[in-house]
Ligand binder design. Structure first.
Ligand code: SF4
Ligand code: SF4
Ligand code: FES
Length: 250
C-alpha cells in the first residue's frame, strides 16, 4: 500500500485536514487521507470519516463516543489520547494529524490493539473485588469522608482505556510490568474495607513486575484523561507492601 493521498474528490468545499493513519499490523505504513474540517471535530470524527467515506477497510475501535467506555484510545501526533474527547483544534499541527495504534500493546490491525495482556494484568494484580459478606448481613455503610474511601474515590473512575499503559516507559522496557492501570485498580481495592483479599492483593503487586518497578516518571498521571493519578496509587502500594512485609504478613 503506497503513502499516496486518498480522497473522494466530492467533499464539501472548505478547509481540509491532512491525516496520516497507520495501516497494517506490526508491519505496515502510514497512509495519507484528506478529510474536510468541521467545527468541534474530534479525532474520532476524523477516523470515522476515513472509514465511512474513504476506505471501509480501516479497522478501529469505539463504542460510546462520550468518554465512558475507554475503547477509542489511539496515539495522536505521538501522544496517547482518548480520541472521542480530543478535538482536532487542540492537537493538529499546521493542519496535520497522525493517528497510530496505542504503544506497548500488540497491533491486531490498523488502529486496533490487542488488549488481552492489559486486562490479564488486572487479573494478575487481583483487580477483582472479593467480598466476604453474605446476603443475610446488612449493607456496609462507608463514610464518604473516611480516609480509605477518599483513596478509593481518587482512582475509581478508571475506564480501562490503556492511555496510561501506552504512556509508561517502564512497560515499554519491561513487558512483564503490571503497569499503572492494573496497579491503580489494585490500590482502590486495597482501600475497599468490604474486600477480604487485601493480603493476597498486596502480595500479588509486590513482586519484581509490580509496584516497586515503577520509576515515578509520572507519564501515566500526566496523560490519564480521567485525571486519575496512578503514580499516587502506586506510591500507596509501595508503602503498604513494605509495611505488610515488615509485619511478616507473607
Ligand atoms: S509513574 Fe510509574 S506507572 Fe506511571 S508512567 Fe511512570 S513508571 Fe509507568
Ligand atoms: S488510569 Fe486513566 S489512563 Fe489509565 S486506563 Fe484508567 S482511565 Fe485510562
Ligand atoms: S468511544 Fe468510549 S471513551 Fe471514547
Amino acid at each position: 500500500m503506497g503513502d499516496g493521498e486518498i480522497g473522494t474528490g466530492n467533499e464539501a468545499s472548505g478547509a481540509k485536514l491532512s491525516v496520516r493513519i497507520w495501516r497494517g499490523a506490526r508491519q505496515g505504513e502510514f497512509v495519507r487521507y484528506q478529510v474536510p474540517r468541521h467545527v468541534s471535530q474530534t479525532v474520532l470524527d476524523v477516523v470515522t470519516y476515513v472509514q465511512r467515506v474513504l476506505d471501509p477497510t480501516l479497522a478501529y475501535r469505539f463504542a460510546c463516543r462520550v468518554g465512558m467506555c475507554g475503547s477509542c484510545a489511539m496515539t495522536v501526533n505521538g501522544v496517547a489520547r482518548w480520541t472521542c474527547r480530543t478535538h482536532v483544534d487542540k492537537v493538529a499541527r499546521e493542519g496535520r494529524l497522525e493517528v497510530a495504534p496505542l504503544r506497548n500493546l500488540p497491533v491486531i490491525r490498523d488502529l486496533v490493539t490487542d488488549m488481552r495482556e492489559f486486562f490479564d494484568k488486572w487479573a494478575r494484580a487481583q483487580g477483582r473485588f472479593r467480598g466476604g459478606a453474605t446476603r443475610h448481613e446488612d449493607v456496609a455503610r462507608i463514610r464518604p469522608d473516611s480516609a480509605a474511601r477518599m483513596q478509593v474515590e481518587a482512582g475509581i473512575e478508571c475506564i480501562g482505556c490503556g492511555v496510561c499503559y501506552a504512556s509508561c516507559d517502564v512497560v515499554a522496557r519491561n513487558p512483564d510490568y503490571l503497569g499503572p492501570a492494573a496497579l491503580n485498580r489494585a490500590w482502590t481495592l486495597v482501600n475497599d474495607v468490604r474486600d477480604i483479599a487485601r493480603t493476597d492483593r498486596l502480595r500479588a503487586v509486590a513482586g519484581d513486575a509490580g509496584c516497586h518497578a515503577c520509576h515515578t516518571q509520572m507519564g501515566c498521571t500526566e496523560r490519564c484523561p480521567k485525571n486519575i493519578a496512578p503514580t499516587a496509587s502506586i506510591a500507596g502500594l509501595k508503602r503498604e507492601t513494605a509495611r505488610a512485609a515488615l509485619r511478616g504478613e507473607w
